[in-house]
Design a protein around this ligand. Structure first.
Ligand SMILES: [Zn+2]
Length: 390
């Protein structure tokens, strides 16, 4: 039976090792593109790490590496504090088919002593690590993705049927800043579907009610409220606060066209949703990458052909489904994960329980996002949407 020392020597003989100086030649700071993989424990990582390194504790390495580094030919420099734990890690990586792996001899201790690049990683608190533990287990999210969500800013147009589930799930997911634009107060007829509000909030501004619910759900989330209707006059001020993604849950056409034009000019992706009775639609408009709302609907429908939920009704659970799909698209955009609904309009029929998908192409003649735009500043959107009837 081998002693630890013999086993370590045997492993070290089977792997490639680099000293701190040689490893630095492969570091981004010197133009190299090796992935520095830190296999130490959480508390060691928290105190400082090689700049740009990715952290996977030794105990989780085999389980998580394929998700983090799908390319098995990627150059990897694996390190721990002194070079022993990482030697075993390097051997495991080789056994998993990673064929370009080096162990950093002397580990982080030597790297730091050499005066090379280190940083204090931004880390989650123990409470956050517990709260988001089911995210941390997913390779597409992980600690880096969760940090990104915490630093992300999503603007919700409307705290109604669609805004309710979308804001609740984004807050629960730890999206750090949520902006909500809504001028209405909570009404008794809202509560059949607008689950961010409650009976005790009747008569309260919806933005204030939503803020209370969301901040109670997750204290990591800062909710910025805009108790006003989005208009050509205030849209620049509100977008000027800086947003990564807009969730459009507006229930009227003037606001949808306004959100569209503003988002194209500010290059902010919009996750669009709409609902009516048993039917819902959801898609993503990524400015200049795919179609915009005007590519899809160049002109608004005549008002008499486009009844609102207030006029035609809506099944209470329907916004829960469509708004949740909107939250899903927003999270994917923020994380850079998966395929967005860009150029794809999903149609949901609640009675049949079917999802259909329609491909939507960018219109090069679009008056806003086309090659020769004819609309380059805000118009009177109410008039634009009524004008069709005249
Ligand atoms: Zn367009």
């Amino acid at each position: 039976m081998a002693s630890y020392r013999e086993l370590l020597q045997r492993v070290k003989a089977e792997i490639d090792e680099l000293g701190a100086g040689q490893a630095r030649e492969r570091h981004a700071a010197t133009g190299g593109n090796a992935l520095f993989l830190d296999v130490r424990e959480q508390d060691e990582w928290d105190e400082g790490a090689v700049t740009g390194a990715v952290h996977v504790p030794r105990g989780n390495l085999e389980q998580r590496i394929e998700g983090l580094v799908p390319d098995r030919s990627r150059e990897i420099v694996v390190y721990c504090a002194g070079g022993s734990r990482s030697a075993f890690a390097a051997k495991s990586l080789a056994e998993l088919g990673y064929d370009n792996v080096y162990n950093l001899a002397g580990g982080f201790t030597d790297w730091k002593r050499s005066g090379f690049e280190i940083e204090i990683p931004q880390t989650l608190t123990p409470e956050q690590r517990a709260r988001y533990s089911r995210h941390l287990l997913i390779p597409e999210v992980g600690e880096a993705g969760q940090q990104r969500l915490l630093q992300s800013r999503v603007l919700l147009i409307g705290a109604g049927g669609l805004g309710s589930p979308a804001s609740l799930y984004l807050a629960a997911a730890g999206v750090g800043t949520l902006g909500i634009v809504d001028a209405d107060v909570v009404d008794n007829s809202n509560l059949q579907r607008q689950i961010v509000h409650s009976t005790e909030r009747l008569g309260e501004p919806k933005v204030a009610s939503a803020k209370r619910t969301l901040e109670a759900l997750n204290p990591d989330v800062d909710v910025k409220t805009y108790e006003e209707r989005l208009t050509s006059e205030n849209v620049e001020r509100i977008l000027g606060d800086g947003w990564d993604v807009i969730i459009d849950g507006a229930d009227n056409f003037p606001t949808r066209y306004l959100v569209n034009d503003a988002s194209v000019w500010h290059s902010i992706p919009v996750v669009h949703g709409s609902i009516y009775r048993f039917e819902g639609q959801v898609t993503v408009f990524e400015p200049h990458e795919g179609p915009c709302y005007r590519c899809l609907f160049p002109t608004p429908p005549p008002p008499e052909l486009a009844p609102s939920c207030a006029e035609g009704g809506v099944l209470g659970v329907l916004p829960g489904i469509i708004g949740s799909l909107q939250a899903n698209e927003a999270l994917k955009l923020l994380l850079g994960a998966g395929e967005s609904l860009r150029g794809r309009l999903v149609l949901f029929d609640a009675l049949a329980n079917t999802f259909d998908e329609v491909t939507v192409k960018r219109d090069l003649d679009c008056p806003v996002c086309g090659e020769h735009p004819t609309i380059t500043e805000y118009i009177d959107y109410v008039e634009f949407c009524q004008g069709v009837r005249a």
